[in-house]
Design a protein around this ligand. Structure first.
Ligand code: HEC
Length: 207
């Protein structure tokens, strides 16, 4: 059985129309399915739709504005987010403050105590992280015998006289910014993780 010409033509038109609806690009997200699911009613920090009529075709807002209008008229430029008050600091889940010392403040850094308590769980996590980030150079026991050490020369043993007594704050600073031939690890490890590694390094220093 062959399809009638008319049927074929109708199919072609339907295909064209449906494909046409797939267009998206630039600021145009294309046709949205159930748009009320995507456009948040509360102020959204990362979007700002200033067109008061946007989405008016499906709006049931009490203020009569378009459904998608999402801007805060009380803020400059109708922004939804403002810069935090000066002096505001980001707090992590455990209340730890950001590390503010600069690369050259080595001596000040050395005086900072480890904010984490002594606990087997913290030490174990420090060991795990050490094995991920440090061990290939510094070696499992910190004796500068990691697999990379024969190539990346100049790695000190943690138990060498000049290393043994380095304070926890100093080691934290070294992990954060690196020192001389050693690179910085601050961007890869949160402060909390760095202090955990420090606990473990402290143990290796004493072995
Ligand atoms: C790519 C190899 C490499 C990695 C990875 C590495 N280090 Fe180092 N580390 C070095 C080298 C080389 C030195 C000696 C730097 C110098 O004095 O020139 C050093 C020095 C140190 C020192 C002594 C600093 C001082 O004041 O003398 C400490 C402590 C230290 N590293 C801890 C760590 C910890 C903890 C990690 C993991 C987060 C780590 N390192 C990762 C190569 C590495």
């Amino acid at each position: 059985m062959t399809m009638s010409r008319r049927y074929k033509a109708a199919l072609a038109i339907i295909a064209l129309v449906s494909l046409g609806a797939c267009k998206a690009g630039g600021d145009d997200p294309g046709l949205e399915f159930a748009p009320q699911m995507y456009h948040s009613v509360p102020y959204e920090p990362l979007t700002q739709i200033k067109d008061k009529d946007a989405g008016s075709w499906l709006s049931n807002r009490e203020d009569g504005l378009g459904e998608f209008y999402n801007s805060n008229p009380n803020n400059p430029y109708e922004q939804n987010v403002l810069t935090p008050v000066e002096g505001t600091v980001r707090r992590t889940g455990n209340g730890m403050l950001p590390y503010r010392l600069g690369k050259d403040d080595v001596e000040l850094a050395a005086q900072i105590p480890n904010p984490l308590p002594d606990s087997p769980a913290i030490l174990a996590e420090g060991k795990r992280l050490y094995e991920l980030y440090c061990d290939h150079c510094h070696g499992k026991t910190g004796k500068a015998d990691g697999p990379v050490a024969p190539v990346y020369l100049g790695i000190p043993s943690y138990t060498a006289p000049a290393q043994r007594d380095l304070s926890e704050g100093h080691v934290f600073h070294v992990i954060t910014y690196g020192i001389r031939r050693m690179g910085a690890h601050g961007s890869q490890l949160s402060p909390e993780k760095r202090w955990k590694i420090v606990k473990y390094v402290k143990q290796l220093q004493q072995q």
